[in-house]
Design a protein around this ligand. Structure first.
Ligand SMILES: NC(=O)c1ccc[n+]([C@@H]2O[C@H](COP(=O)([O-])OP(=O)(O)OC[C@H]3O[C@@H](n4cnc5c(N)ncnc54)[C@H](OP(=O)(O)O)[C@@H]3O)[C@@H](O)[C@H]2O)c1
Length: 283
């Protein structure tokens, strides 16, 4: 089958391009098609005539979205609507990549796919609205929600921690936000399986297990053999423009129902470190 990926130049997009074999895959970045511009999107879709469109393009700077809400809405809501309309016109299936930040974080057990959306920041609000609007246009679309993405070749939490650890003896990391770290290569594999199986509806796709950012940082530095100490701190002492949910772990039930499972996040850390090292060897 032919697949068209919007956001192929991003962290997840790069993993999708690396992992997807056996199908014809066309990947586009924003310089080839700006999803805010309907004509650019429909022209790209008409040219590619894909069976599936994977929408991994987004404005992912969570604080930036709070600071520039009009850009956030243009890319993350209207952009998603533009891609969905083009998919509907071309008769293509759509997989939209969404986020744990559609929830407010007040639950204490993992969020299920049918839990009500209650976003608390602009990024989450734009994604939540996109989810609602695209289902209205293409009821058979697939919404793959993920969280705490990290992978080689992208600006991500482990990369930041490793860079800080290279120059500091101690790092303070928040210990009062819990979620599911998700390795881009594992998510790419799950997305490929979902498309191949013709999945539809909302599906939660994260690596198994949950932790705080502090625990995540400690695991990264332990595997990296770093001497830097990680110290737990609180969100109150680390104020940022956009509020984050305190708890946003996603239940794997919807993914398991598709016959797909994703390994524990701890097991992905050595793979990430290895891929990151091989990228810096290439540079
Ligand atoms: N990062 C996370 O922790 C996280 C968590 C939950 C969900 N997600 C979701 O997962 C998906 C992938 O995230 P990511 O971290 O891989 O993103 P990323 O690394 O920030 O990459 C963003 C991608 O979107 C493209 N893009 C941005 N604005 C665009 C526009 N106006 N038109 C067309 N393309 C545009 C970028 O293209 P250029 O580089 O060519 O400009 C790039 O390919 C997104 O839907 C995101 O919301 C991410």
């Amino acid at each position: 089958m032919r697949v068209l990926i919007f956001g192929a130049t991003g962290m997840l997009g790069k993993a999708l391009m690396r992992r997807w074999s056996g199908d014809e895959v066309i990947g586009l970045g924003s310089s080839q098609a700006d999803i805010r511009v309907p004509e650019q999107v429909s022209s790209a879709v008409r040219q590619a005539q894909p069976a599936w469109i994977v929408l991994a393009a987004a404005y992912t700077d969570v604080d930036g979205c709070d600071i520039n809400p009009s850009v956030a809405k243009a890319v993350n809501t209207q952009g998603a609507i533009n891609v969905t309309q083009a998919a509907a016109e071309a008769g293509a299936r759509l997989l939209f990549v969404s986020t744990d930040y559609v929830f407010d974080g007040r639950k204490t057990t993992a969020y299920e796919a049918d839990d009500p959306r209650q976003p608390i920041n602009v990024y989450g609000k734009c994604k939540a609205e996109a989810e609602e609007r695209i289902v209205g246009i293409l009821p058979g679309c697939c919404i793959a929600r993920t969280s705490w993405l990290f992978g080689p070749g992208g600006k991500c939490f482990p990369d930041t921690i490793l860079k800080l650890a290279a120059t500091r003896p101690e790092i303070d990391v928040v210990n009062d936000q819990r979620g599911c770290p998700t390795y881009t290569f594992d998510l790419a594999d799950a997305i490929i399986k979902l498309c191949r199986s013709g999945a539809c509806g909302i599906i939660h796709c994260t690596n198994s297990g949950e932790c705080t950012w502090y625990e995540f940082a400690a695991e990264i530095l332990r595997h990296a053999g770093s001497q830097t100490q990680v110290r737990p701190t609180t969100s109150e002492r680390f104020v940022r423009p956009a509020e984050r949910p305190k708890y946003s772990a996603l239940s794997p039930a919807s993914l398991t129902a598709c016959g797909i499972s994703m390994r524990d996040w701890q097991r992905t850390v050595p793979d990430y470190l290895q891929q990151r090292a091989s990228l810096s060897d290439e540079a």
